[in-house]
Ligand binder design. Sequence first.
Ligand SMILES: [Zn+2]
Length: 413
Amino acid sequence: MPRYSINEPRFNQTLEELGHLGESPDGMDRVAYSPADIAGREYTVKLMREAGLETRIDTAGNIIGLRAGSDDSLSAIALGSHTDTVPKGGKYDGALGVMAAIEVVRTLQEQGHRTRHPVEVINFTNEEGTRFHRWLVGSRSMAGQLEQEDLDAVDDDGYGLGPCLADIGGNISRIGEAARNPGELAAYFELHIEQGPNLYQSGTPIGVVTGITGRAVFEVEIEGKANHAGTTPMSTRRDALVSASKLVLAIQKMAAEQEICRVSTVGSIKAIPNAVNVIPGNASIGLEFRDTDMEALAAAEQELRRITGQAAVNDGVDIEVNRHRFTSSVPIKPEMQALVAEAAVNCGLAWEPLPSGAGHDAQAVAAIAPVAMLFVPSVAGISHSPEEYSTPEDCANGAQVLLELLLLADDRL
Ligand SMILES: [Zn+2]
């Protein structure tokens, strides 16, 4: 039995209310720094204050609510996620973790339970990275992992980050002050929707996250020869788009058949000049590999370089492979996974271990604190879509386990 029960109707109502901010027939639109995002942040602060949290906004724009513990010598245990969304997104991605964290503190407050550790609820800013194409901006600021590119980034209209940060109470010239030292947080726990089909398909209410996936992103440029589509014989063509198409299929097979890595995706393709009567002289594809095992990502890159080398020889084209980004996977410590599993069992809920195929704030925070993540089912595995849905019961289960997890960690850490 869990020690205390969260207030399920109240909790689901907060999710509903937050879900009305930025809602449209096309889905949720609380892109970071937009008026709807700011409304969502104000709603979060209001709820935090009602839950007795002392709130502040750090220079990166993260909202931090603090509840004092009984032992001043202990570091805080933090619970959190994000309330920004992608355009045309859903009501649960990120929102669930923040609303659940607040409900957990509200429950403790009502029960008069003072934890030994201070408790922080954190609403990280700009997790999704939509506007400036730089993601996990709040959590990476806190982890001291911000790069110059993050500060220099401009949006599609050429506007910079500084004024946006000022709008939400941050300060770009002092953003370094948002960084915290290892040890300042005793642990960080994040509840999130799975954003994949595993729990929904197996009917398991709780997922214990084993690690957050690593990701390698590449751009492959193919140079052939543009020529007349009517007069150039088939045998003498150097068609860059044909070579690109063969690569698309080969890259799909790398995960689907060869199982070199967990998933492989070609998500973008360009043909130049992209005219129906011209043999494409140039083509490029954008692709990514994901796996929690970094060796698998290295093997995928090796295979990519092998097949592109071969395609260049076979098709008489020039191919250049550019590695754009390489995000390391973040394993979650076995003892932290065990704590989540124990919390689920205490709540009478079945659980299963699974990796996270998406990125989360927890992966940045892992640089400065032990982290754990738990998932609840996404109906049909859909997310980043207006159809994103998790049942009120599943959401409440997640919040309940988060509360029990906090209490277990407060005893043990
Ligand atoms: Zn999220």
